[in-house]
Design a protein around this ligand. Structure first.
Ligand code: ADP
Ligand code: MG
Length: 364
């Protein structure tokens, strides 16, 4: 329904809290876009700037070709004129109003005729599967039902953009999974451009077409889930994403027998044959290896995989279908995958590594 463009957007709260720094983004028509970042790093501020509840300190925002904010030209379109639906983190339902009146509220403010309000509320309530709850008060609803009421209230105005602030964080684990699937399906059906912010990776992966990782108000990387997990742009993205997260070793790169090796002290890690590694020789680096790319097994799973020095198995963990082990080499530790029979805790075993997947990050 709308393409959202942000150019050089900053938001600084007085005296000098930098909540957003030089945000440049283009969110596509009908896209489900997610902003993922730790708590306190600017996610809610990002949504509030789009909704018009905060004035950016600098920058330009456009909905399609319409300029919504331009600090240089003094343009600021007021929230009601933006036609954006927002679901707040705590849902912010009016406790003294029935579900019907909660959903109808934005239309009453717009002074729509009563008959139209009635029809629109019933229509959106049906779409959200809460048509039989209209006479209840919010306190008489489950968490999942309250969330649907909040979404219905955001959608009843037929907004061109839907903003969702941590919509699943108030739901317990079981309902959370079905709520994600529901929101994803709804977005697909309505084809409404949607931006969701969350600190939770699983929330993000389950709905996102594309994601941006936000750290201290700065976008670190934009891409789909695979881009972020397989090709993290920096050490922050590499360690913030992934469950379990990437193993990180501090070391330096040396050249040995025509190949690059990361020297992490008690562990020497072979590296892929990439010319770009030359620039890191002699410098302090961080070596990242996902638990899926380092493993204990009776034999290597491919000719391209290399064997590392044997390590001592500290702990074996069976989680669902996957078994992992914590392996130690004189003070260095890694979480590794176990293929085949689980090793004895305390035993010394060879560890294999998928060399092509080893990542190097600079010291920044
Ligand atoms: P998140 O949603 O990622 O948890 P927020 O966008 O709420 O983060 O906050 C980002 C930063 O901006 C935090 O340091 C927060 O304390 C600060 N902040 C947010 N709103 C205000 C405000 N109205 N006044 C001052 N500082 C604020
Ligand atoms: Mg927030």
């Amino acid at each position: 329904m709308v393409v959202v463009t942000l150019e050089n957007v900053d938001k600084i709260f007085p005296p000098n809290v930098v909540a957003l720094k030089d945000i440049n983004l283009k969110i596509n028509d009908g896209e489900f876009f997610v902003v993922l970042g730790p708590s306190g790093h600017g996610k809610t501020t990002f949504l509030r700037v789009l909704a018009g509840l905060e004035v950016p300190t600098r920058g330009r925002i456009m909905f399609d070709s319409e300029v919504i904010v331009d600090t240089e030209r003094g343009i600021f379109v007021d929230p009601p004129k933006r036609n954006v639906g927002m679901v707040f983190q705590n849902w912010a339902l009016y406790p003294h109003m029935k579900v019907f009146d909660n959903i109808a509220f934005p239309l009453k403010i717009k002074r729509l005729p009563k008959r139209e309000i009635e029809a629109r509320v019933r229509e959106i309530a049906e779409i959200l599967g809460i048509g039989d709850l209209l006479d209840r008060y919010p306190r008489q609803l489950s968490g999942g039902q309250q969330q649907r009421v909040a979404i219905a209230r955001a959608l009843v105005k037929r907004p061109r953009l839907l903003l969702l602030d941590e919509p699943f964080s108030n739901l317990d684990a079981r309902i959370r999974i079905s709520a994600r699937a529901f929101v994803k399906r709804l977005q697909r059906e309505l084809k409404i451009t949607t931006i969701l912010v969350t600190h939770d990776q699983q929330d993000a992966y389950s709905v996102a077409d594309r994601l941006a990782v936000l750290r201290r108000g700065v976008i670190q990387q934009v891409g789909n889930v695979e881009d972020l997990l397989d090709r993290p742009a920096n050490l922050f993205v590499a360690t913030f994403l992934g469950d379990p997260p990437m193993n990180i070793f501090e070391g330096k790169i040396i050249r040995e027998g025509g190949s690059y090796i990361a020297d992490a002290g008690s562990l020497k890690i072979p590296l892929p044959d990439a010319p770009s590694l030359g620039g890191y020789v002699g410098r302090k680096v961080f070596v990242g290896i996902r638990p899926a790319d380092i493993y204990i097994a009776p034999e290597p799973q491919s000719r391209e995989h290399a064997v590392l020095r044997s390590g001592r198995v500290k702990l074996v963990e069976v989680t669902g279908f996957v078994t992992t082990a914590l392996v130690e080499w004189d003070g260095l530790e890694a979480r590794v995958q176990v293929i085949g029979r689980a090793p004895e805790e305390g035993s010394e075993v060879p560890v294999y590594v998928n060399v092509g997947k080893v990542k190097i990050f600079g010291d920044d």
